[in-house]
Design a protein around this ligand. Sequence first.
Ligand code: RB5
Length: 159
Amino acid sequence: MKISIASDHAGFECKSRILQYLSENQVETIDLGTDGALSVDYPDYAVKVANLVSEGLIDRGILICGTGIGMSIVANKFPGVRAALCHNTETAKVGRGHNDANILVLGARGLAPDLALSIVAVWLKTPFDGGRHQRRLDKLQEIEQSLKNGTILAAKSNE
Ligand code: RB5
């Protein structure tokens, strides 16, 4: 599996620790910045990772900012991206199993360093559960398509 990773200044230290962890665990990684603590704008870094994932040019991505909120907002604008802001290992597990999250988003200011690495570990190893969750992902695709076409989705129910 190949991972692209980026952060803003608030996520830079956390990104460095994650990069070291991924390297120690032989996970192939592309670091798309930022390269230091100088203040930068999170959308500039979110688009780099989200674009690669959206285009199918890389398997998965990791984005880190102060809260994780800005990175999530940007990444989820890209077709095919399912970015999950995870605060603990449980949300990372369910984000993979239920949502097939292809981008992990972390809020560095609210995470202890060891917890950030545990979240990454769980997110990397957890497979998508499929089944009823695939039906829901199909609906996400339908929504994307209808937004692209400018058509309005009729309300649907499985009941
Ligand atoms: C930067 O101060 C901060 O706004 C940013 O890292 C992020 O939390 C935005 O959502």
